[in-house]
Design a protein. Structure first.
Length: 277
């Protein structure tokens, strides 16, 4: 075991002394839960280090980037310097994890096996192909459906999506995490209701799924001394964006490129929409 790995092990053995902090290796493991960039499920297999060259190289690279992010963001990241604790490694306040993730987002996205652009595109194509196969009569009909998707009035271009995203940015400023967001969104962003995908069925699904996530968060918070905050504005924004990346063809919702970016997050809400208060 290297000295660096020994220090990481010592950091975790001293967890009671440094409650509310995580080591860099623990942070990498948490980020891997979301982004899936390591070959191994966890870096803590076999004395806390990866057992293949890909993982070892990536862990070293990400460790260096995290340290750089800490040093460049001292006003936004609370941490203990290696010289200020007996673990001899950086310890990061759990409330600062989100700020580090934001600083490294594009790097993490590029390294992710599920969230990198190519992986998302392949998943979108697979979902769309499977959906079209279920309703198409033959190969010629499949091509016809592809044309219908692109020419559908529900198909949004980049300029239209930019307009929607600008509306979402205003939600964060106006609403924060207040209650009864759906009603407020209708008042402020009523034009969103003009999109064919945003109907009563969509609203019912959104309310049902959001309440289920809130219950899961509330339950998880009973198990820890460091409760999570549920970012419901971002959850609702992504829920809208996922739905807007579909068009209805012959009574069935068919996805198009961009869908998976939101769907993967919404399928794992405790990882993507919760953070330490």
């Amino acid at each position: 075991m290297t000295q660096k790995q020994t220090n990481e092990e010592k950091a975790m053995n001293n967890c009671e002394m440094y409650q509310g902090y995580v080591s860099i290796y623990e942070l990498i493991d948490m980020l891997n839960e979301k982004y899936k960039f390591l070959d191994n499920d966890s870096i803590f297999d076999s004395y806390f280090f990866a057992e293949n060259d890909h993982d070892e190289k990536l862990i070293d690279e990400l460790t260096a980037k995290i340290i750089t992010a800490i040093q460049k963001s001292k006003n936004y990241v609370d941490y203990l310097d290696p010289q200020d604790n007996d673990t001899m490694t950086y310890l990061i306040d759990v409330h600062s994890i989100r700020n580090i993730e934001v600083a490294l987002y594009y790097y993490l996205e590029a390294k992710s096996s599920i969230m990198n652009p190519q992986a998302l595109k392949e998943r979108d194509n697979k979902l769309q192909s499977d959906q079209i196969t279920k309703i198409a009569k033959d190969q010629v009909d499949k091509k016809r459906i592809l044309v219908q998707i692109r020419t559908s009035g529900e198909y949004l271009d980049d300029q239209q999506f930019e307009k929607v995203e600008n509306a979402f940015a205003n939600w964060k400023l106006l609403f924060g995490n207040s209650h009864d967001l759906i009603s407020k969104i209708k008042m402020i962003s009523g034009d969103l209701l003009n999109y064919g995908q945003i109907d009563d069925d969509f609203e019912n699904r959104l309310v049902r799924d959001m309440e289920r996530v809130k219950l899961e968060v509330a339950y998880q918070n009973t198990l820890t001394d460091e409760p999570d905050q549920f970012d419901q504005v971002q959850y609702i924004s992504d829920y809208f964006m996922r739905e807007l990346h579909t068009v209805k063809i012959r009574g069935k919702q068919i996805v198009y490129e961009g869908y998976s970016k939101y769907d993967l997050k919404l399928q794992n809400p405790l990882e993507w929409y919760c953070y330490k208060r």
